[in-house]
Design a binder for this molecule. Structure first.
Ligand code: PMP
Length: 302
């Protein structure tokens, strides 16, 4: 039996239920996070990754949606640790906090309702391939923008856009979608940020190009700079993807995933790139607490 944090308590899964009348279910106004914890056999330790950063983003997102909950960031971190212990988890997992308006009332608005948080965990290996390289297409769907449904938010409704592009990619025989924003520039994948490499330099779209403010994106920028690479945040045009030396996605779920084909054109020589692999190696050591200077990214849970 799995345990879930629900309505202020850790309860068995079958007690964590909401009504079909729940307001956020109807209007896509739930805010969520996707957090990872990795199991390291060598040290028999679960390593919680960027717990604080994810809960900080959750609170920022909640602020935009006028949501308030009873718990604070430190309490949510403790609850997450407790959940991992109570569920006796010894494998790589995804942690899903979800904040929703729990009122059983009709009307899409952000005032006059109560917000609640639930947190559950589930096993997650690689969300997309990280070894052989994946195929991507540029989606025919346009990324949302800040004055519609802000892509800065991990808000449920925004993921209709992700679902359209991801489905299009799968139906086209690809693994992932790259979505252009309203100005025609590259924004991100369906659920991951994107980097390209040109002449030894990393380039990624700026926060103003309708992307999620990715926590992994920031970690990759740090790793790349520490390795001595230049990182530029600027617009990326569609065809720059075709001429890039390397392309990779990153995200909590995606981790660091090399892209080897875009719109039926090989990226570089059609194999995972050298710099991508170098960054990937550092990332996977960092998330298991093996690199001293990145130890503050993780919390050991025994
Ligand atoms: N973009 C989108 C749309 C996402 O859903 C995610 C996954 N949270 C990311 C980027 C990557 O963000 P993070 O590194 O914070 O997981």
């Amino acid at each position: 039996m799995e345990y879930i944090y629900f309505e202020g308590k850790i309860v068995p899964e079958d007690e964590a239920k909401i009504s079909v009348k729940t307001n956020s279910l109807h209007y896509g106004t739930a805010i969520f996070e996707g957090i990872r914890a990795y199991y390291d056999e060598e040290t028999d330790t679960m390593w919680g990754l960027f717990f604080k950063e994810h809960y900080q983003r959750l609170f920022q997102n909640m602020k935009v949606l006028n949501m308030e909950i009873d718990e604070d960031i430190d309490q949510l971190i403790q609850i997450t640790i407790e959940l991992i212990k109570k569920n006796k988890i010894k494998s790589d997992i995804y942690i899903r906090p979800l904040v929703y308006f729990s009122d059983l009332k009709i009307s899409p608005k952000l005032i006059g309702y109560n917000a609640k948080i639930t947190i559950y965990t589930y096993p997650l290996g690689d969300y997309i391939d990280i070894n052989n390289g994946i195929k991507a297409i540029v989606s025919s769907w346009t990324r949302l923008n800040d004055n519609m449904i802000p892509p800065r938010l991990k808000v449920a409704g925004a993921y209709v856009n992700s679902a359209f592009s991801k489905t299009e990619a799968i139906l086209s025989g690809a693994d992932e979608a790259i979505v252009l924003n309203k100005n025609g520039y590259v924004s991100e994948g369906s659920a991951e940020n994107i980097f390209i490499v040109r002449n030894g330099k990393l380039i990624t779209p700026p926060l103003s190009d309708d992307i999620l403010e990715g926590i992994t994106r920031q970690a990759i920028i740090t790793i790349a700079k520490d390795l001595g690479y230049e990182v530029e945040e600027r617009h990326i045009a569609r065809t720059e993807l075709y001429v890039a030396d390397e392309v990779f996605f990153c995200g909590t779920g995606a981790q660091v995933s090399p892209v080897v084909e875009i719109d039926h054109r090989k990226v570089g020589d059609g194999k995972p790139g050298k710099i991508t692999k170098q960054i990937q190696e550092v990332y996977f050591n960092a998330v298991k607490g093996r690199i001293d200077k990145y130890k503050h990214w993780v919390i050991p849970i025994k």
